[in-house]
Design a binder for this molecule. Structure first.
Ligand SMILES: *[C@@H]1O[C@H](CO)[C@@H](O)[C@H](O)[C@H]1NC(C)=O
Ligand SMILES: *[C@@H]1O[C@H](CO)[C@@H](O)[C@H](O)[C@H]1NC(C)=O
Ligand SMILES: *[C@@H]1O[C@H](CO)[C@@H](O)[C@H](O)[C@H]1NC(C)=O
Ligand SMILES: *[C@@H]1O[C@H](CO)[C@@H](O)[C@H](O)[C@H]1NC(C)=O
Length: 375
């Protein structure tokens, strides 16, 4: 691959994978079903509520009558993003779509975009477990049955959140996505406590546990209503997912011997675990984050950051999305992470393209498709 093999390179890359840019998110609350009127303080000016406009009144009729400012409308109104978004693209991979045709098609691409070089048996046995209808959707209830706007916050780990006092605003969303080294304890005022989804690759999760244990990230968030989003960046992710659902130690590979319950807790219900579709990651990369890095010698290492994948997942599943702790144009004012003990500059590594991500968030904010926390 022509990669530098210096002793420093791999640790640096590791770190980069962990910090995955600036993003990340965090921990424990419920995937709430709002079948009635919602509550919650949402009147702060300059909050995402102000940005999206007042909530529609909550009578129990159809969703679109209730959600006055869905992001799909903002997408339709924007000449550029109208041609990029396909909100019908399947986001998750579930067992029922596993056919020879899918195998043939995904075998042509390397992870995270496909299964080239991966064991058929490992993929097939993992997907056969994801056979409940809930595996195909993020929310516990089919979307059509959820009235009103589904409001999501995606919390990256960027230093912009240090001292932000956004915790209450974040927790006022229906669902909160967090990722990688999302530390909550001690940062509740700034980042909130609610967590509906935790997104990661096995690599970024384990690196976060190593690199951020000294700032309090000593365990992966767990909770009854918390769902995990596996990003299939490697065979490790499929193997860990299978072992998790089966409740057995990892039998092979890099993570051999790991007991998944130590990461995800004792509840191994299939519905708790979601897997991003490799085709969704291809679609996102091709349309939204097609970096020039792809054509360099680092091309095989490049993929959207964990935070970018979570934010784009939210944009394809929620009606309104607020992004906290993501890279902004003035990122140099802030430390790499909100939980850093001392100010550390954000460093751009070759496996992600944070400049491109920053431009994307800025443009999506300008187009009214998401609301980006800035200060
Ligand atoms: C916002 O909510 C707080 C607490 O619920 C209330 O005291 C305040 O008056 C509200 N502000 C506006 C502008 O509605
Ligand atoms: C959007 O995605 C769906 C599902 O993959 C596909 O059937 C449809 O043709 C796509 N629409 C456009 C306009 O590309
Ligand atoms: C899903 O797979 C498991 C294990 O193979 C099986 O016990 C279960 O009945 C299947 N469920 C459905 C809905 O097919
Ligand atoms: C976090 O913010 C406080 C003040 O709000 C500041 O003193 C501290 O240096 C910041 N931490 C980092 C790592 O930037």
């Amino acid at each position: 691959m022509g990669l530098p093999r210096g002793r420093l390179f791999w640790p640096l890359l590791l770190l980069a994978a962990v910090s995955s840019g600036i993003l990340v998110a965090l921990y424990s609350s419920a995937v709430e079903l709002h079948l009635g009127p919602r509550t919650g303080a949402r009147n702060t000016t300059s909050s995402s509520q102000a940005f999206f406009g007042p909530k529609a009144s909550n009578s129990r009729t159809r969703k679109n009558l209730l959600c006055q400012h869905p992001l799909s409308l903002a997408v339709q109104r924007d000449p550029r993003f109208r041609n990029l978004f396909n909100l019908s693209t399947p986001v998750l991979l579930s067992g029922d779509v596993f056919t020879q045709q899918l195998w043939d098609s995904l075998s042509q691409h390397k992870a995270p975009y496909g299964w080239q070089g991966l064991s058929h048996q490992a993929i097939a046995s993992t997907l056969s477990l994801l056979n409940s209808s809930e595996s195909a959707r993020l929310f516990a209830v089919p979307r059509e049955l959820l009235p009103g706007c589904i409001r999501c916050a995606v919390v990256g780990n960027g230093g912009i959140l240090n001292g932000s006092r956004q915790g209450q605003n974040i927790d006022a969303h229906d669902y909160v996505f967090r990722l990688n080294g999302a530390v909550i304890k001690g940062f509740e005022n700034d980042v909130g406590t609610k967590i509906s989804f935790y997104g990661f690759t096995v690599n970024t999760m384990k690196n976060s546990l190593i690199s951020y244990s000294n700032v309090g990230f000593t365990s992966v968030p767990q909770g009854q209503n918390l769902h995990y989003i596996f990003i299939p960046s490697d065979i490790r992710d499929y193997v860990m997912l299978r072992s998790t659902i089966l409740g057995v130690p990892v039998p092979e590979g890099t993570d051999k011997g790991d007991r998944p319950q130590t990461y995800f807790g004792p509840d191994s219900s299939v519905s708790k675990f979601k897997l991003l579709h490799p085709d969704f990651i291809s679609y996102l990369t091709e349309r939204f984050l097609k970096s020039k890095l792809i054509n360099t010698k680092f091309g095989d290492l490049y993929m959207p950051s964990t935070g970018a994948l979570m934010l784009l997942t939210a944009l394809h599943t929620c009606d309104q999305v607020s992004a906290y702790g993501f890279i902004t144009s003035n990122y140099q004012k802030f430390s790499d992470h909100y939980f850093d003990r001392m100010k550390k500059p954000l460093i751009f590594y070759a496996n992600h393209d944070l400049s491109l991500e920053a431009t994307l968030w800025r443009d999506l904010h300008k187009a009214g498709i998401l609301w980006l926390y800035q200060r």
